[in-house]
Structures are given as C-alpha cells and as structure tokens.
Design a binder for this molecule. Sequence first.
Ligand SMILES: Nc1ncnc2c1ncn2[C@@H]1O[C@H](COP(=O)(O)OP(=O)(O)O)[C@@H](O)[C@H]1O
Ligand SMILES: [Mg+2]
Length: 307
Amino acid sequence: MTTDAVIETRNLTKVYRDFWGRKKVDALKSLNLTVQRGEIFGLLGPNGSGKTTSIKLLLGLLFPSNGEALVLGKPASDVAKNERIGYLPEESYLYRFLNAEETLDFYGRLFDISGKERRKRIDSLIQQVGLNRARKRVLKEYSKGMTRRIGVAQALINDPELILLDEPTSGLDPLGTREMKDLIRSLRDEGKTVVLCSHLLADVQDVCDRIAILHQGELKELGRVSDLLSIQDMTEIKVGGLSDEAKEEIRQVVARHNGNLVSMGHPSTTLEDLFLKIIRESEAHPGRRYLPEREGEQPTEPPVSSN
Ligand SMILES: Nc1ncnc2c1ncn2[C@@H]1O[C@H](COP(=O)(O)OP(=O)(O)O)[C@@H](O)[C@H]1O
Ligand SMILES: [Mg+2]
C-alpha cells in the first residue's frame, strides 16, 4: 500500500449468484483504484452501476468474488477496522421509536464511548447536522431529509478517520443538499477522508476532489474533477464593465487570430444558486413575495404586513 493511501483495491470483483450458485449479475468488474488520505472521493454512476456493492465490499459486508481491497492498511474482510470507519447506508436502518439523542447515544454505547464523551459528541453532532430543534422527536416523525441527517450524525459518532457515504443527498431538498455538501467539506477540513457515491452529477462535481465513474460495474473514468471538467481547447473570457466599442474590438482580435467566438455574454448562475439566494432572501425578509403584475414589469413588493 502506498504511504498515504486509505483505500486500495486490486481487481476487486463481485458476481452475485443465485441460490444454486449460478451467476446472476456481474456487479463489479476488476476495480482498481486508490483513495488518498484527506480527499473527498466520489463514486459516480447510474443506478445499478456497482457503487453500493463497492462500498459494501470495502466494509467487509460482502465477500469479493475475485481481487482484494485494503482499507486503512487492513484487508477489507477484517471488520475490526470498521471501528475507524463511519458508514451511511443507502437506506438507514434506525429505530423509529428513539429520538435523535437516544439514537446517537445507542450507537455511542456500541462503540464503548464514555458517558461524558458521548454527551459532548451527541450535542455537537446534532448541531452539526442541523437537527437541534428536532432532537427530542422520535425518528418515525422525521422527513426523509431529517432521516438522512441523523444517519450522517450516526456515521460520525465514533469520530471516524474514513467516512463512506452512500447517496448522502438522496431525498434532500436543495437547501439540505447544500448543507450536506458543506458538512462533507468540513469533514475534509478536519483531516478526514470521505468516499461518497451518488448518481447526482452536480453533487459530485461540487464537492469531490477526485471521482471515479462506474457504469455496469466497470470503471469508465478516473481523475480530478477540475481536470475532467475543464475543456482544454476552449477559452472563456468574463469581463465586467466593457463598453460596446471594447467588445467589438475583442471580437476583431479573436477574428484576427482565427479564433471562433463561441459566446460572449452574460454568464448565468445555476438553478441551485438562484434557489438558495431566493430562500435566504425570503428568510431575511419574511412576507416579501413575488407578485407578477403585467408582462415585462419588475416584481413589486407587497405592503409590509403588520405581524
Ligand atoms: N444482493 C444482490 N443480489 C443480486 N444482485 C444484486 C444484489 N445487490 C445488487 N445487485 C445487482 O448488482 C448491480 C449493482 O448494484 P449496486 O451496487 O446496488 O448499484 P448502485 O449502488 O450503483 O445503484 C445491479 O445490477 C444490482 O441489481
Ligand atoms: Mg446504490
């Protein structure tokens, strides 16, 4: 294992078989990859591409059909290493009749964390995942997003070095998604290694340092997100405050150099950013609404309500 590798897989392969041992699905085919300490690594792929299978193999919850994996310097089958790992399964299996505090306390006890330390961690994790107002509510009343958050807090209760998150943003609204991404980045800032899998491009693009793209159990692409997304033979120019003459001059310069002006104009924001801006503005100014009047007119503000 190279010095700072946290995960290393060699020809990791999983074939699911049926009851009679007949081959059913080639879920993962000869996967070779290395995850370095301190990075956020994304496994990206459509449904059924082998992401969950990969994570379960790393945890030793499944036995490989071929090949091997080293995790934190130990064979993946050595489940004792899992004490240093946090795991958010695709579907969280939590006790529906416990509240957030009780849930975390239960998992803290499983890891033999002392009472004093448990209370400290539970408090800080509940804050970290934004469940402070719901900490005494039983989980059966939680929304999908809240369930995801308590699942993450549970995955972090043992202060793990390596965190495996299976579809961490599934079921979250855009605000919850942003908060989850911020949380994942803050884990990296604490020096932890995060491996997440997702079928959502935007989530992986925003948060991961490196990604692997899986399709039908095969690794299709691997690299730094910035490298994979940068279009090498394109130049993007963004300038503020240019006069019309200056813009015309730039067009001429591009033409003189035989360049092909693909676009020059106002860059647009993403829907995610726009949505978040609207929500935050709405929180800062409750009661202000968008009231379409006539076409082409700016939205007007309603009169300030008295309550
Ligand atoms: N327990 C199982 N038995 C048989 N086939 C399975 C089992 N679990 C997953 N598969 C199959 O393996 C493939 C990969 O599944 P999975 O790893 O869950 O994909 P992903 O997480 O990328 O959606 C799929 O074709 C899926 O149907
Ligand atoms: Mg999956």
